[in-house]
Design a protein around this ligand. Structure first.
Ligand code: HEM
Length: 269
């Protein structure tokens, strides 16, 4: 063997080991944060990416079976099993195979299946990459996050602003009633996982750290909740829905109350 081979072989071995090491978990903390490697899938959901980065989900972003999702959402975030099962069942349609038993984070990128326009932190599919965190887009959302403790109204305002920007400038803008329900859950999610659900408030540093790094804000003092269940999700999403109304009296317009001659009643009356 030539001398150069002898000298470079250990170096190659070392550099190969260190190239691999980001994917190798220290035994002391199997859920230490490690970003995605080049062959790992990630998607449009900052939390699913986060759970993969912490290896609560498979770190490669593949094979998200019901069992894997229940374990990840339970161990990582404190979601109860019934809730986690339901979320997985609603998401498995992202895998185009009939009767699929798993999905991947890449499946979540399929546009207008679960992924949708007007995300808080990703650009619309029409404009480019619909799933990688986009700081410029995120800043247009955080513009409305005006205090260190975020409120439901502030996140609702950022949701409306993103929808308005998409509706105005994206000729393919699509946002159905079903999307709206999904979107309300997403906007409620930071309050559910990181904040106080009854008051619908959350520490802004937790939320920004999570979005930007796709990492649980443990080092900022966040602690996993004991148990999060479906009724809490429904209530918090409902509060965001109310906060997203642009009316100030809490009511809704009732077309049957409009009379002929009312200026805004339109030509149909
Ligand atoms: C089975 C579990 C889950 C699935 C399949 C899932 C899937 C998705 C998908 C497909 C999107 C993209 C929607 C879009 O285009 O904006 C999304 C967004 C989002 N998800 Fe998840 N998600 C899950 C659980 C969670 C949990 C537990 C949280 C808790 C924090 C969360 C937080 C969010 C947030 C905040 C967004 C909005 C991102 C944005 O608007 O930029 N998700 N999720």
């Amino acid at each position: 063997m030539k001398l150069t081979t002898l000298l470079t072989a250990p170096l190659i071995a070392i550099s190969f080991a260190s190239a691999k090491s980001p994917q190798t978990y220290p035994i002391s903390n199997p859920h230490a944060w490690m970003p995605a490697g080049p062959n790992d899938f990630r998607g449009p959901c900052p939390m699913m990416n986060t759970l993969a980065n912490h290896a609560f989900l498979p770190h490669d972003g593949r094979n998200i079976t019901k069992a894997n999702a229940v374990a990840a959402l339970g161990n990582g975030l404190g979601f109860d099993a019934d809730l986690a099962e339901l979320m997985w069942e609603q998401a498995v349609i992202a895998n185009p195979e009939p009767n699929a038993t798993f999905f991947t984070l890449d499946h979540l990128n399929r546009h207008n299946v679960l992924e949708h326009d007007a995300s808080l932190s990703r650009t619309d599919a029409f404009f480019g990459n619909n799933h990688v965190f986009n700081m410029s887009i995120f800043r247009t959302s955080t513009y409305y996050w005006t205090t260190p403790i975020l409120t439901g109204a502030q996140l609702a305002n950022s949701k409306i602003a993103r929808q308005l920007a998409s509706k105005a400038f994206n000729p393919n803008y699509t946002f159905t009633a079903n999307t709206e329900n999904f979107s309300l859950g997403e906007v409620a999610a930071p309050f559910i996982v990181f904040g106080d659900m009854p008051t619908v408030t959350v520490n802004r540093t937790f939320v920004e750290f999570f979005f930007v790094n796709e990492r649980l804000p443990e080092e900022l003092g966040w602690k996993k909740k004991d148990s999060i269940s479906l009724p809490q999700i429904i209530e918090t999403s409902g509060a965001i829905g109310k906060a997203a109304s642009l009316l100030t009296d809490g009511g809704s317009a009732a077309p049957h109350k409009l009379r002929r001659g009312d200026f805004h009643a339109g030509l149909a009356l």
